[in-house]
Design a protein around this ligand. Sequence first.
Ligand code: 13P
Ligand code: SF4
Length: 337
Amino acid sequence: MALDSSPTMTLPDLEARRERLLRVLPEAEWELLRPTLAAIEDWKRQRNAIVLAHNYQTPEIFHGAADLTGDSLALAQQAAATDAEVIVLAGVHFMAETAKIINPAKTVLIPDPAAGCTLADAVTGADVRLLRERYPDTPVVTYVNTSAEVKAESDICCTSSNAVEVVESLGVPRVIFLPDEYLGRYVASQTDVEVILWKGHCIVHERFTPEEIGRFRAAYDGQLEVLAHPECPPQVLAAADYVGSTSGMVRHLETAPSPRVLLVTECSMSDNVAVNYPDREFVRPCNLCPYMKRITLPKILESLIHLRYEVTVDPEIAARARRAVERMLVVGRGRGG
Ligand code: 13P
Ligand code: SF4
């Protein structure tokens, strides 16, 4: 294939992105970003590629470069549905691996292979095998924030938007839930199914405290709606008005007209959502995910130009992991988002 790196993105496309970005970025910054954004569009066309971006990516990626955006479940669903030959995953490694598991014949790229996740690092395939010995005949439900090897050892995957429904879909009295302790506790609070927990935590969400939320409520005289991600500790969830996945928060905002909201989750989430709600105030006590922030516009461009870094999964592991992911996709989206 002949490749041409000159930026040829049509003006109306770039204008639409500019219009959205100028709601969160100054004009001067847009002018600096414009050549890179135009080159990314051009290379996407030449490669028959799409950029999938998680809700925690920075606005210049989320609004400036992504073709499809969403939470972990939406990214998996979109990866399953795309006709593009190349998928660039602007997110973290487990998301790219999930896209590859669903699409073994496609080229899946992650712009920085060091974009990891503390939850994915918290459990191994060997841990799952040991748990199965300890709790025979107990199904293993695994959060998508895990490696392909762990998914391959699991009965079914889930995301924060469908964890309760996935657990209940099994029709059993007890499940092993890996690796997020707090999401597992949240699931246990919403169902009669007994949940055996693991001690994995997200470094972003475990740092929020109920005292912090209390201080914000006091500062705004209670005129504040608090939306929290279920990866937060139980005391934080108890102090929130709504609990749900990142896309669950987006959907909740569409129906709830609160003029001032606090999103208890990663920093970029509020920046991205605020673009759609110029009349609402977003209070931003955020924690940054250092893994999500490894992805940048120049790295996305390099990824498209050099087709790097390609995500590969051993075919035997991928086949077993695919069963767990596809079983989850049949359950779909639940109440949490
Ligand atoms: P969701 O976007 O699925 O809510 O998950 C958040 C997350 O942990 C991504 O890293
Ligand atoms: Fe992992 Fe937490 Fe970062 Fe999500 S926000 S990628 S769960 S460390």
